[in-house]
Design a protein around this ligand. Structure first.
Ligand SMILES: Nc1ncnc2c1ncn2[C@@H]1O[C@H](COP(=O)(O)OP(=O)(O)OP(=O)(O)O)[C@@H](O)[C@H]1O
Length: 347
């Protein structure tokens, strides 16, 4: 008879949330600082996405401030069309964020798989994203990185805004100056460095709308200078019936930025037929439902994890500190302190 070798340790679900509270399931994605996998809470059986970020890598890539900001913003925002944060915790190696699971894949994946989308499909996504942007802006948050890669579909086909890595709080009294985001989606006012507010997100939404409709971006260039030139000077690309919706260089005329804000946007004839109230509650039926029998993500992440992972994710008790973990914890703590001191000074 074999010895009883593998009895699972009792889990204290009433204590602080930690990795051992979850079953680790398949990998669904990989970002610049970490990976994303499906997890199931062992007690509630709820399924989530777990985003985990290696602390050492994060320090090496000078990204701690972004990660802290992402977590902080997500803790304050809860909206049906945003990929919400449910729990956050850490162990010695990783920072963990448990998010709503989006099984429908991101819009970049769908663009690459099926090419340009039908107008009614794009209209639906643009309308949902407009509501998500408005929810952020009403909390004085600018996303700054809206692009198809950062829009995730749930299993029914509703669009959710995600990736708050470079999102920021803003004050109407203090324009932002820093250049942040993916250049192809950047508004002219970011590139001109004259200061900007939330109008930049409405511009990016226009670029996304164009890309979903036509399968290519409206402004292109082989170098950053050429791309910048294209964004600042090329003729505005929209077809007449939707031209002034977005990608309008004059901020005063850009929909979403006009004095009637989101209402101006909702009233535009291109959105005729959209039932805005039903969108917020997700009662509207999406015009495209992702295929639940196929993986809606790049399966190489999973393969890579199986074949190449030399340090697979495991639930570990937080250790007696080693010099290395001590160093990363000290670095993280001092960055957190510096971050909040800086914010207080800025206020
Ligand atoms: N909540 C989620 N549900 C399902 N899949 C997700 C979820 N969040 C992310 N993913 C998948 O994981 C991939 C990586 O996401 P992640 O946010 O880590 O990286 P990223 O978008 O490159 O951002 P970052 O700039 O933070 O690295 C996404 O492209 C998406 O396919």
């Amino acid at each position: 008879m074999g010895a009883g070798c593998c009895k699972e340790e009792a889990i204290d679900f009433d204590g602080e949330i930690e990795l051992s509270h979850f079953h680790l399931l398949r990998s669904v994605g990989k970002g610049a600082f970490g990976k994303v996998r499906v997890v199931q809470h062992k007690r509630t059986k709820e399924i989530y996405a777990l985003k985990y970020i290696n602390k050492t890598k994060c320090i090496r890539m000078r990204a701690i401030e972004n990660i802290i900001q992402e977590r902080r913003l997500l803790e304050e925002v809860e909206f049906p069309l945003i990929c919400n944060l449910r729990y956050a915790f850490q162990d010695d190696e990783n920072l963990f964020m448990v998010l709503d699971l989006m099984l429908g894949g991101d819009l970049r994946f769908h663009l690459e798989r099926a090419g340009p989308m039908k107008e009614e499909v794009v209209r639906f996504y643009v309308a949902e994203l407009a509501l998500a942007l408005d929810a952020l802006h009403s909390r004085r948050i600018i996303h700054r990185d809206l692009k198809p890669d950062n829009v995730l579909l749930d299993e029914h086909g509703h669009a959710h805004l995600t990736d708050f890595n470079i999102a920021v709080y803003y004050s109407p009294a203090k324009p932002l100056l820093s250049i942040a985001g993916s250049m192809a989606y950047m508004a002219p006012e970011v590139l001109l460095r004259k200061g900007y507010f939330e109008s930049v997100d409405w511009w990016s939404l226009g670029v996304v709308m164009f890309e979903l409709l036509f399968g290519k971006r409206p402004f292109r260039g082989k170098s950053n200078d050429l791309l910048k030139n294209s964004i600042l000077r090329d003729p505005l690309p929209f077809p007449e019936n939707a031209r002034e919706i977005l990608c309008e260089r004059d901020i005063k005329k850009r929909l979403g930025c006009t004095p009637d804000g989101l209402n101006g946007f909702k009233k535009h004839p291109w959105f005729e037929g959209i039932e805005w109230d039903k969108l917020v509650t997700k009662e509207a039926t999406p015009p495209f439902q992702p295929d639940s029998k196929r993986a809606n993500f790049d399966a190489t992440h999973e393969l890579e994890e199986l074949l190449m992972e030399d340090n697979p994710l495991k639930a570990k008790k937080r250790a007696q500190t080693t010099p290395e973990t001590e160093l990363s914890n000290v670095l993280i703590q001092s960055t957190v302190v510096a971050f909040f001191v800086l914010r207080m000074i800025q206020k």
